[in-house]
Design a protein around this ligand. Structure first.
Ligand code: SF4
Length: 177
């Protein structure tokens, strides 16, 4: 025990080093998403995250957007607790049989314009869970989607790029301002 304590004084921590982040690029991207939301909606963008059956890997990256590292709330992107307050549903999949009804009800509880973003490879086609008896399949098999962001899991930066591409599309939803 004494040896372990002594070693711990000199050994590097087991935790990984913080990855280098191009802060300027992420800041620019998140600001662009916030500005695009204000142009379309006249206000901040509210996001409701729906786990329709994922392994939670995608959730970790979605939540990372809101941690102190990315801190996207400073640009007007916020997570909300109810679909009734949401503009965007970020849905991770695959959609399981148990979650199908909850996903449909969440979709119908969201006010217009409802923008649905399917997050991760599983949300596209079931990914590594495709064919399981517990899985319905892709998010698009249950509710209509506006954009898919690929990856297993996609990075927070890829999610910001996807949200920006969604908001810059001319053919989505109505502008309410
Ligand atoms: S895409 Fe990858 S990280 Fe996301 S739910 Fe599927 S297996 Fe998990």
């Amino acid at each position: 025990m004494r040896k372990l304590l002594f070693q711990s004084l000199f050994r590097r921590p087991f935790t990984e080093q913080v990855p280098s982040l191009d802060n300027a690029a992420v800041t620019e991207l998140a600001a662009a998403v916030g500005n695009a939301a204000r142009r379309r909606l006249g206000r901040s963008l509210s996001i409701r995250e729906v786990d329709a059956g994922s392994c939670n890997g995608c959730e970790l990256e979605i939540h990372a957007l809101n941690n102190a590292y990315y801190d996207v709330e400073r640009f007007g992107l916020r997570y909300v607790a109810s679909p009734r307050h949401a503009d965007v549903l970020m849905v991770t999949g695959p959609v399981t049989r148990n979650m199908r009804d909850a996903l449909e009800r969440t979709y119908h509880a969201t006010p217009n314009p409802i923008w649905v973003v399917a997050i991760g490879d599983c949300a596209r086609d079931g990914g590594c869970f495709a064919g399981s008896h517990a899985v319905v399949g892709a998010v698009s098999e249950v509710i209509p989607i506006d954009r898919h962001i690929p990856g297993c899991p996609p990075t927070p930066t890829a999610m910001l790029q996807g949200l920006l591409a969604l908001l810059e599309r001319a053919d989505i939803g109505a502008v309410t301002s």
